[in-house]
Design a binder for this molecule. Structure first.
Ligand code: ADP
Ligand code: MG
Length: 200
């Protein structure tokens, strides 16, 4: 099944819906360790994306994803705009129009590499990278449940000490709560999986 315009619209709507439905939760998670604006930041970014919804979904998947990324970078004030925007742009650039699971794994690798470079972050630093990495790995295991892997990876950031992002200012006090960006990344992955249906 190709990722046609209807599918692209369903993908985008699923992402926006979950960010919107969880905005307060994301802000609460960020409030515990950051500055309590992550839900608002993500919502602002995806509201801007939705203002261009039809123009975006009219484009082939790689271009559509890159446009989502550019819009996030331009409209979200927080670190997450650059970080999530970079991830969407890099993944979009790496994807073919009709990706297989292996293509999705390669695109996730590209997103990981771009975020590592842009955010100077690595695995274990308690950021959204700690979701993207495990998701790339799950995509390479045909038996793995990608959505479940993403949610578990976000939960696992609770046990990490933040090395990047505002939570790093708290040093050892950053251990205990999930990373807000990791939770967002997991929600986005779950939304993509459900919109892709049996292909995910
Ligand atoms: P801000 O930190 O500017 O308030 P947000 O609250 O919207 O921005 O987003 C914070 C999230 O962004 C963090 O939870 C983390 O997942 C991610 N993040 C922040 N800095 C980095 C970085 N250097 N590398 C990767 N991810 C980062
Ligand atoms: Mg914040």
């Amino acid at each position: 099944m190709p990722v046609d315009e209807t599918k692209r619209r369903a993908l985008l709507d699923a992402i926006v819906e979950t960010i919107s439905a969880h905005a307060e939760e994301l802000t609460e998670i960020d409030a515990a360790q950051g500055d309590g604006d992550h839900g608002l930041n993500m919502k602002r970014g995806f509201t801007a994306v939705m203002s261009k919804r039809e123009a975006i979904v009219a484009k082939p998947l790689p271009e559509a994803m890159q446009e989502v990324g550019r819009t996030l970078v331009m409209t979200v004030g927080g670190a997450s705009g650059v970080i999530f925007g970079t991830a969407f742009m890099a993944a979009g650039k790496a994807l073919p129009e009709d990706p297989t699971r292996a293509d999705a794994a390669a695109a996730m690798d590209a997103a990981v590499a771009a975020v590592r470079a842009r955010g100077k972050a690595d695995f274990g630093h308690k950021t959204m990278l700690d979701v993207l990495g495990p998701v790339a790995k799950a995509l390479r295991d045909p038996a793995a449940d990608i959505a479940a892997a993403a949610l578990a990876a976000a939960e696992a950031t609770a046990g990490m000490q933040a090395i990047r992002g505002r939570a790093s200012f708290l040093a050892e006090r950053s251990v205990g709560g999930m990373d807000a960006g990791a939770r967002s990344a997991a929600l986005i992955i779950v939304a993509i999986c459900s919109a892709m249906g049996d292909r995910a």
